[in-house]
Design a protein around this ligand. Structure first.
Ligand SMILES: [Cu+2]
Length: 278
């Protein structure tokens, strides 16, 4: 996938995760899962926290202004105008970046959270713009606006959905059945509205804040591929991380980058990755 012209090379081009999985109807609610008797669980006593910072190499590009045409409710919500949310950053960090363990976990079993992830439409914008959700976890989609939206998810490994929410405070629930990073959401009524979901089958994911920092908690020792994906900026990179030892005898962490496509990764290594007791 080509890098966008003129962008700083903070992350290599996106390596999309394309998983071919049959998708079941996802309106009925996810099926209940029963852990197998011999399910392998992470031992919290010997697991650690991985922290890092996605740093911006260069100057943060300006976000494009949004043309809030047509819908008076949307214009009223942004009297001073609005810009896209593609680039978020401060103090040399890059926000809205999805970070997750892409490989290396093996056969651990993780319960799916019973609480839904919430995706709001407020001020004719999706909130949050980037979020993570587990396979089989409900996404509660809310329309907080006094105007109608439609919610159009455009996955490749999951079932596409597209439905209207004409009523304020309307709530609908959907879920995904297969891992996929990232799934784009859009509103066909307001073409500037977009959100991105990272769908993973384990709990080790995070979205960086404006400062670029992230934390992955209770990670067992091992060697992992971490993917750092700024989908809205169309760039990503992967890193090999080895977490060695068990508490209290933590060992130094090794970290190296894998060149995904562009070779522009050297300055985008997470500034800090530690393995320490949670
Ligand atoms: Cu809309």
């Amino acid at each position: 996938m080509p890098r966008l012209p003129g962008l700083p090379g903070f992350i290599a081009a996106l390596a999309a995760v394309l998983l071919v999985t049959a998708a079941a109807c996802n309106r009925e609610g996810p099926p209940k899962r029963t852990p197998p008797a011999d399910a392998k669980r992470v031992d919290a006593a010997t697991a650690g926290k991985v922290t890092g910072k996605v740093r911006l190499d260069g100057t943060l590009p300006a976000n494009a202004p949004i043309k809030l045409e047509g819908d008076p409710v949307c214009r009223q919500a942004h009297k001073d105008g609005a810009t896209s949310e593609t680039y978020v950053g401060e103090n040399g960090g890059l926000g809205n970046v999805f970070v997750y363990l892409k490989d290396g976990l093996g056969q651990y079993y993780f319960d799916v959270p019973s609480q839904p992830v919430k995706l709001d439409q407020s001020g004719c914008m999706y909130k949050p713009h980037v979020f993570g959700v587990r396979v089989g976890q409900n996404i509660e989609i809310i329309n907080s606006d006094a105007t109608g939206h439609n919610v159009h998810a455009l996955p490749k490994a999951n079932q596409e959905f597209n439905f209207s929410q004409p009523i304020r405070n309307q709530k609908d629930t959907r879920f995904f059945t297969a891992p996929e990073v990232m799934v784009r959401f859009k509103c066909d009524m307001h073409n500037w509205m977009s959100a991105f979901a990272g769908v993973v089958d384990h709990p080790y994911f995070a979205v960086t804040g404006a400062g670029g920092t992230f934390e992955l908690e209770e990670v067992p020792a091992g060697t992992y591929t971490i993917e750092v994906s700024s989908f809205s900026a169309n760039q990503s990179g992967t890193y090999q991380v080895t977490l060695a030892g068990t508490a209290p005898n933590w060992q130094p962490v090794s970290l190296s980058s894998n060149d995904v496509e562009s070779g522009a990764l050297a300055s985008s290594l997470p500034a800090l990755v530690t393995h320490s007791p949670c």
